[in-house]
Design a protein around this ligand. Structure first.
Ligand code: PXP
Length: 260
């Protein structure tokens, strides 16, 4: 059964818009559990622009659901993660100027640093996942690092989907080609799904568990749920966006209903 990790960073984004203590992301924990979510995902960014150290500590200490903590390979951040002891760490690339995590990890350039980080986290009983572009090469490179999980980046899939079905919402920064004919977009979408499927198959062959995420919403998620070896989806933006209108509990329940 497909699992749902709810990314609650954006609750802290809303709090930081006013720099006060409301809304508190910790209040999402019991509601996410009640709504049927399987995991909570948070990202402790180097610039602490949303989740801060105290949030991470309180969330990890109080959650009844497992916490998947996204982090970069920055030495200070990794030390913090080891102290916080989440059940899983998902290593993501991080650039200060980016609005969100724009692509997968460059495993080739950062191989040595990743190798020591993965060992260090695993030695501290933290499961490790790598957020990667959905390619066979990246899955093979992840295998060498002996990770437990890979999370396949679905951002490109989501952007093509948006261009095809709701041309107002695509992320202009991620896909440079504008005004692509419909037929071409359909081909691109099929190719991207096929790439994700092959990457998931390859990971499964190696005994690596497969998650996916980024840009998934109530429409585009359906196709991803049909990919056999994807066990878990991590979704934030679309759930929190819907929560503004329907409430968080209902927004998570709606997503759980679709992905199950
Ligand atoms: N998975 C990873 C590794 C991420 O970095 C993010 C964004 O923080 C997500 C999933 C969730 O993406 P979205 O907010 O677009 O649903």
């Amino acid at each position: 059964m497909m699992k749902l990790g709810v990314n609650i960073d954006h609750i802290a984004v809303l709090r930081e818009a006013r720099k006060i203590n409301d809304p508190d992301p910790i209040d999402a924990l019991p509601l996410a559990k009640l709504a049927g979510a399987d995991q909570i995902t948070i990202h402790l960014r180097e610039d602490r622009r949303h989740i801060n150290d105290d949030d991470a500590r309180r969330i990890i200490e109080n959650s009844q659901l497992p916490i998947n903590l996204e982090c970069s390979i920055d030495p200070d951040i990794i030390e913090r993660v080891v102290k916080l002891k989440p059940y899983r760490a998902t290593i993501v690339p991080e650039k200060r100027e980016e609005v969100t995590t724009e692509g997968g990890l460059d495993i080739v350039s950062y191989h040595d640093r990743l190798d020591s980080v993965v060992h260090y986290l695993k030695a501290n009983d933290i499961e490790v996942s790598l957020f990667i572009d959905p390619t066979i090469e990246m899955v093979r490179a992840s295998k060498i690092l002996l990770v437990d999980w890979v999370e396949l980046h679905t951002g490109r899939y989501a952007n093509i989907y948006s261009m095809l079905y709701s041309n107002l919402k695509y992320n202009k920064n991620s896909i440079k080609e504008l005004d692509i004919p419909r037929k071409e977009l359909e081909k691109m979408l099929r190719a991207e799904v096929s790439k994700i499927t092959k990457a998931a198959n390859e990971a499964n062959e190696f005994g690596i568990k497969v998650a996916a995420g980024h840009g998934l919403n109530y429409q585009n998620v359906k196709e991803v749920t049909t990919i056999e070896y994807i066990e878990e989806l991590n979704i934030g933006q679309s759930i929190i966006a819907r929560s503004v209108f329907t409430g968080f509990l209902k927004a998570v329940e709606d997503m759980v209903a679709i992905i199950r």
